[in-house]
Design a protein around this ligand. Structure first.
Ligand SMILES: Cc1cc2nc3c(=O)[nH]c(=O)nc-3n(C[C@H](O)[C@H](O)[C@H](O)COP(=O)(O)O)c2cc1C
Length: 242
């Protein structure tokens, strides 16, 4: 299974995921609000205990929240599948990002492992990403609408807002115990042709999703990257004095 999320209307969503809800849950809006909590209850709300997380968890000087500290860009994915419900839950989380005049310029298409959209996305990736991304449980294409819907004028903040949505998406995945890895390493011309992107749609990234595997399933140089601690510039380097 796989597809483009934007055209899915609420009744389709409701049919897919909300068949066994009590009447109070049968309003599409209520169902949409309740789904993520149910998904979380199924998966547990903390990342799996894994020695690699000890290495990868951010070491911060100030008390940053755990969800941010625990997110990292994994490359070793297990063979555990993700469902459409998992992916749509992340995309709903993304949709709650703020955006300029609430334009919500982000667009998502996705494929679960083995389906045609997954294969098309994987084939668009560059050689630095294909070897490990083939084991992802899902691949997500993120694009941005470049103009405002209400007046057709350029939306200068479309990429900013779409990046913010992706940050929400990644944090939701962390909360649900699996991992997302954003990639810009793909062939944008091939991608545009494959998915027939319009002039008004800019490719932003492809996101690999999955549960965590083990570093030994990766070849070099990916294995070393998987066990290397994460680092960041000191805050002083990018907090500027006027
Ligand atoms: C826009 C963007 C493009 C990226 N492209 C790639 C990529 O093509 N391949 C890759 O392995 N990682 C890619 N990354 C992941 C970064 O390398 C990673 O986020 C960074 O090294 C920090 O590591 P962390 O996410 O584990 O904290 C990308 C990240 C972003 C935000």
């Amino acid at each position: 299974m796989g597809g483009v999320v934007s055209p899915m209307n609420q009744s389709q969503f409701h049919r897919l995921f909300c068949n066994n809800q009590s009447p109070i849950h049968q309003s599409p809006i209520t169902s949409l609000a309740i789904l993520p909590a149910e998904a979380l209850a199924k998966e547990g709300t903390t990342p799996p205990s894994n020695p690699i997380n000890m290495i990868k968890t951010a070491v911060t000087r100030l008390p940053v929240i755990d969800l941010i500290k625990n997110r990292w860009s994994a490359r070793a994915f297990s063979d555990q599948n993700l469902s459409e419900e998992h992916v749509l839950t992340l995309i709903e989380a993304a949709s709650w990002a703020p955006s300029s005049i609430n334009e919500q310029p982000w667009r998502y298409r996705y494929g679960l492992k083995g389906d045609p959209v997954f294969v098309q996305l994987w084939e668009s990736l560059l050689i630095g990403n294909q070897p490990w991304a083939k084991n992802a449980a899902a691949l997500v294409l993120c694009t941005a609408k470049k103009t405002f819907t209400k007046n057709g004028k350029p939306n200068r903040h479309a990429m900013h807002d779409t990046g913010m949505a992706n940050a929400f998406l990644l944090l939701q995945a962390t909360q649900m115990g699996f991992y997302g890895h954003i990639m810009a390493g793909y062939d944008p011309i091939k991608l545009r042709e494959t998915f027939q992107l319009s002039e008004d749609e800019e490719d932003v990234c492809i996101i690999a999703l999955g549960f965590l595997g083990t570093p030994d399933q990766l070849d070099e140089p990916f294995r070393t990257r998987e066990i290397t601690p994460r680092s960041r510039k000191a805050v002083e380097e990018f907090v500027l004095e006027n």
